[in-house]
Design a protein around this ligand. Structure first.
Ligand SMILES: [Zn+2]
Length: 525
C-alpha cells in the first residue's frame, strides 16, 4: 500500500480563515484518505504567524518526500499548501516527478491538464490573498503605534493588556526594573555587578539566574520605560504609563557613557572634567586636587599659567545663568507658552496627516477606477500601465511623508519636554550650586566654556543666548501678571516682543541652527 504524507498548516491570522482549525483540517484529510483508501504515514503540522515567512516543517517534509520517504502527499486545500508561488512550484514539481499530490478539500485532479490549470489559478489567488493579509497586519501595527500602542510583547516590567490597550506596569517586576535604573544611575555598580545585584532582588531570567550582560544593557537603553516607543528609528509617544522619568533614563545613559571613559583613564569624576577649554591653546583643561581645592589647569608647553579654581568656574556659571533672567515664574510662563506652541505645532502636523490620509484614500480609489476602466476596455494596456505607475508613485510619496510626520510629532514633544527640563536644571544650579552629576546640563546648553587667564567665558547654545539677549523681559517681575494687565493698553509692544522671542526660541530648540548641536543631542536607543 502506498504511504502518504499529510500536511496541515494553521496560521495565527484568523480573519477570513474560518473552519480551518488544525483539527478540522485533520478530520478532512482523514475522511478523504478513508474514502480514497490512502494510508497516512506521517502528519506534518505547521504553526506560523503572518509576519514570518519561513516554513521549516514544509521544507523538511518536501525533503523527505524527495528522498523517497513517501509515495504521495495530501493537503487540505491548495491555499494551505501554497503560501507563495515558489511553494506551489515545488508542489507542482513533486507532482511532475510522479509523487501523487492530492488535495482533500478541493476537487482538483492534478494529473489532468485542466485540473492543473485550475489548481495553478487557485494557488495564484491564494498567494495574493496571503500577501494582502500580511500587508494588512503591518498596516495594523503601524496604526496601533500611532495611537501609542505597542503591537508586540511589551518589555519586561510591563504586562500586555490585550490589543487595543496600552501595556500596564507589572506590580511585581515593574518596580524592580525601576530599581535597576535607580541603582545603576547612582553609578556605584557596573552593569555586570548590577545584574547580580538585581537577580538577588528578584529581577532574573526566571530561573534564578542573573541577566546576561547584553540583556541588562538593552534594558537600560530602552526608551519604552520613560514613555517613548522607538521602532526602526521612528519614535512614537507611548500611551502606556512610564515606569521611570526621562531624567532617570538620561542619568543611566550618562553613567553608561561615563563608565566607558572612566574604565580607561579617568578615576575621579570632576564636575568640569573635559568641559573647559584653554582659549589660547584650544585644548581641554585637566582637573587636579591641591590642598583640598580642585583646579583646572592647561597642560600645554607654552601656557602653564592657566589654572583656575573650580569654585570660580561655578560662580561664573551661576552668574551666567542669572543673566538668562530665569525665575520660577518665568519658567512657568515659558512652560505654558511652550506647551501652547507645541500643541499648535502638533495640531498642524495632525492636520497635515489628515490631508495626507485623505489623499492616500483618493489615490486608492483612483487605482480602482483606473483598473475598472482597463477591464471595461476603455483604455489600452500601455496607458493603463503608465497611469497606474504614476498613481503608485504618488502613493509611495504620500506614504513616506506620513511616516516622517508621525515621527516629527513625537520629536516635537520630546524636544519640548527636554528643553523645559534643562531650564529647570539651570535654575536649580543657580540656586543650589553645581555638582558632577549635573555635567550633562552644561554639555547640553553651553557651546563654548573657555578659560582665558583667570576669566571664564561662557557661550550659550543659540536657544539660550537668545534668551539671554532678551532676558530683561523676564527678569522684571511675574511675566504672567504683566501679560494680563498689559492687554489693551499701550505697553502691548513689550508683550509682543516676548511672544516673538519665545517663538524664536521654540524654533531654535526644534530646528537648531547651532553647528555644534549634534554632539549634544541624545540618540535614544
Ligand atoms: Zn593653554
Amino acid at each position: 500500500m502506498k504511504k502518504y504524507a499529510a500536511y496541515i498548516r494553521v496560521s495565527t491570522i484568523r480573519q477570513g480563515e474560518k473552519g480551518t482549525s488544525l483539527l478540522e483540517q485533520k478530520f478532512a484529510i482523514e475522511g478523504y484518505a478513508k474514502r480514497e483508501g490512502l494510508s497516512i504515514g506521517a502528519w506534518f503540522e505547521e504553526k506560523e504567524t503572518a509576519a514570518k515567512i519561513g516554513r521549516t516543517v514544509f521544507m523538511s517534509m518536501l525533503k523527505q518526500i524527495q528522498r523517497g520517504g513517501f509515495d504521495g502527499l495530501v493537503l487540505h486545500k491548495i491555499d494551505r499548501g501554497a503560501r507563495n508561488l515558489k511553494d506551489w512550484a515545488e508542489l507542482s514539481q513533486l507532482s511532475d516527478t510522479g509523487v501523487d499530490v492530492r488535495v482533500a478539500g478541493d476537487s482538483v485532479d492534478l494529473n489532468s491538464r485542466g485540473g492543473r490549470l485550475s489548481a495553478d489559478i487557485q494557488a495564484v489567488v491564494a498567494a495574493d490573498y496571503i500577501r494582502n493579509l500580511r500587508e494588512e497586519v503591518k498596516k495594523g501595527q503601524r496604526g496601533r503605534l500611532k495611537q501609542g500602542l505597542y503591537p508586540w510583547k511589551p518589555p519586561i516590567g510591563y504586562l500586555s493588556a490585550g490589543s487595543g490597550n496600552p501595556a500596564t506596569i507589572c506590580p511585581v517586576v515593574g518596580p524592580l526594573v525601576r530599581e535597576a535604573f535607580e541603582t545603576y544611575a547612582n553609578g556605584h555598580l557596573s552593569i555586570k555587578e548590577l545584574r547580580h545585584h538585581m537577580a538577588k532582588r528578584g529581577l532574573d531570567t526566571g530561573s534564578g539566574k542573573p541577566f546576561a550582560i547584553n540583556r541588562m544593557h538593552e534594558l537600560l537603553c530602552r526608551s519604552f520605560y520613560y514613555g517613548l516607543i522607538n521602532v526602526k528609528s521612528e519614535a512614537y509617544i507611548g500611551a502606556h504609563e512610564p515606569l521611570i522619568s526621562k531624567r532617570l533614563f538620561d542619568a543611566a545613559q550618562d553613567v553608561m557613557r561615563g563608565r566607558l571613559k572612566r574604565t580607561t583613564f579617568i578615576r575621579k569624576q570632576y564636575a568640569f572634567q573635559k568641559l573647559l577649554r584653554c582659549t589660547q591653546c584650544d585644548i581641554v583643561l585637566y582637573a587636579e586636587t591641591q590642598k583640598g581645592h580642585i583646579y583646572y589647569r592647561c597642560h600645554s608647553e607654552g601656557c602653564r599659567g592657566v589654572c583656575i579654581r573650580e569654585s570660580i568656574v561655578v560662580e561664573a556659571l551661576r552668574n551666567e545663568i542669572q543673566m538668562l533672567g530665569l525665575s520660577d515664574a518665568a519658567i512657568t510662563q515659558f512652560s505654558i507658552m511652550f506647551t501652547a506652541t507645541l500643541a499648535s505645532a502638533v495640531d498642524s502636523v495632525s492636520e497635515r496627516q489628515k490631508i495626507l490620509i485623505l489623499q492616500r484614500e483618493r489615490g486608492k480609489d483612483a487605482v480602482v477606477r483606473l483598473t475598472d476602466a482597463y477591464l471595461d476596455q476603455a483604455i489600452d494596456r500601455v496607458t493603463f500601465g503608465e497611469r497606474k505607475q504614476r498613481l503608485l508613485d504618488e502613493q509611495l510619496k504620500l506614504q513616506s511623508e506620513l511616516a516622517e510626520i508621525a515621527s516629527s510629532a513625537a520629536y516635537i514633544e520630546f524636544k519640548g519636554r527636554e528643553f523645559l527640563e534643562l531650564l529647570k536644571a539651570l535654575e536649580n544650579i543657580r540656586k543650589v550650586g553645581f555638582s558632577a552629576d549635573q555635567r550633562r546640563y552644561v554639555q547640553k546648553t553651553i557651546s563654548n566654556f573657555g578659560i582665558t587667564g583667570k576669566s571664564v567665558e561662557i557661550t550659550w547654545k543659540k536657544s539660550l543666548s537668545l534668551m539671554k539677549e532678551r532676558g530683561v523681559l523676564f527678569a522684571c517681575g511675574a511675566a504672567r501678571d504683566r501679560y494680563r494687565t498689559l492687554e489693551g493698553n499701550d505697553n502691548q509692544e513689550g508683550m509682543h516682543a516676548s511672544l516673538d522671542m519665545m517663538k524664536e526660541i521654540v524654533n531654535e530648540v526644534l530646528f537648531p541652527t547651532d553647528e555644534d548641536n549634534c554632539d549634544s543631542s541624545h540618540s535614544v536607543q
